[in-house]
Ligand binder design. Sequence first.
Ligand code: HEM
Length: 404
Amino acid sequence: MTAILPEMPIERQTPLDPPTAYHELREDLPIVRMRFPSGQEGWLVTRFDEGSQVFSDPRMSSTLRSRHDIPGEEGVEPAVGLVSFGTTFVEMDAPDHTAYRRLLAGKFSPKAVGLRLQPFIDRIVTEQLDAMAAGPRPVDFVQAMSMPIPCLVICELLGVPARDRHDFHSATDVMMDTSKSKAQRDAGSSWLVDYVTGLVALKRRDPHAEGLLAELIRSSGEEGSIVTDQDLVSVGVLLLFAGHDTTMAMLGLSTLTLLTHPDQRARFVSDPAMVGPAVEELLRYLTIVQFGLSRRATEDLELGGQHITAGELVVVSMAAANRDPRAFANPDVPDLDRKMARHLAFGYGVHQCLGQNVARAELRTVLPRVFEQFPNLRLAVPQDEVPMDVHGTNYGVKKLMVTW
Ligand code: HEM
């Protein structure tokens, strides 16, 4: 008889905390067999150390579809959330993955982001804040700030026309919405692929084209460079969707957190040196990649005393792991003064977020500037009426009505 497995906890009881069921799982069954929303079975990991171990173990493959690892295996889709393109480097293992990271790492270093993007971020944040100040109130903070800033930044970075931002945002939105049918989500991802394919063709024809895609085209021929249009499209698609929806979710949720935690807000505005550590704590506390990340064991292995069989799916809930009391004292309380070595909000190991310095630059610029320019900023509706984006691969607010 087949045992009936528990379903992965999805529903939240309070808006800023992961489902309470994770508390018990983390204490009693930290590596537990589950049925995931995709209908597949596998293991759910809810502790920090074991989660980190999964992300840093080369026997845990990101190549969920069958490629070269397990003979006779059909491969599986991600267990939760993400649509699989199957061809972007987030779904590759070494050495393919390593080649992409080597090619792109320098362009995403703190120095490169500071030089190439920070002046642009400063300018558009000023423009958006001034537009917000001049407009009607209350205003939806998502439309005024959290959506436009990451969209404009990714346009600048990649060399995507800013006028197209609503279209690629809508396609991403559908693709990341787990309440939509597979066909609808696939249509969103196909739109993105077609869009970036067109863009790459345009850049190929224009020797003066700007942005990362054009740079990659111009450097083709150099050792280790990208040569095929298919590779360029896969890089472009990955950066386009990974680069804006995530930061958008973090900007909205971080603002909501500061608006509803007056003591933390007071700390935040009291000292500019707080901004860096505060952003890390908000990343940990909010962990927007809400359903976790999938890996697949390429051989039999032991994880935290549990036997995992080759081919099995392993999902790490970073939302649960980032609230593990073994790693963080009083983890369910946002404490902007917290001293921590690291968190799992950007993942860990070789796939750790390539764009984390871009995200940090945006968060570290927008959040202090918002509370500086609008010292009386407050919610325009009761907190329990703020609509949350519960179905998105990235958790966030749908709308955040604020006034001042
Ligand atoms: C707060 C915002 C962000 C969060 C929370 C976030 C989170 C993550 C996480 C958890 C991963 C690991 C995926 C895995 O291990 O399978 C990842 C990978 C990635 N992220 Fe981000 N991300 C953010 C912003 C960005 C931005 C702004 C960009 C681009 C400009 C970006 C580009 C990427 C890319 C390309 C990867 C794949 C890296 C690889 O597989 O080597 N992300 N991100």
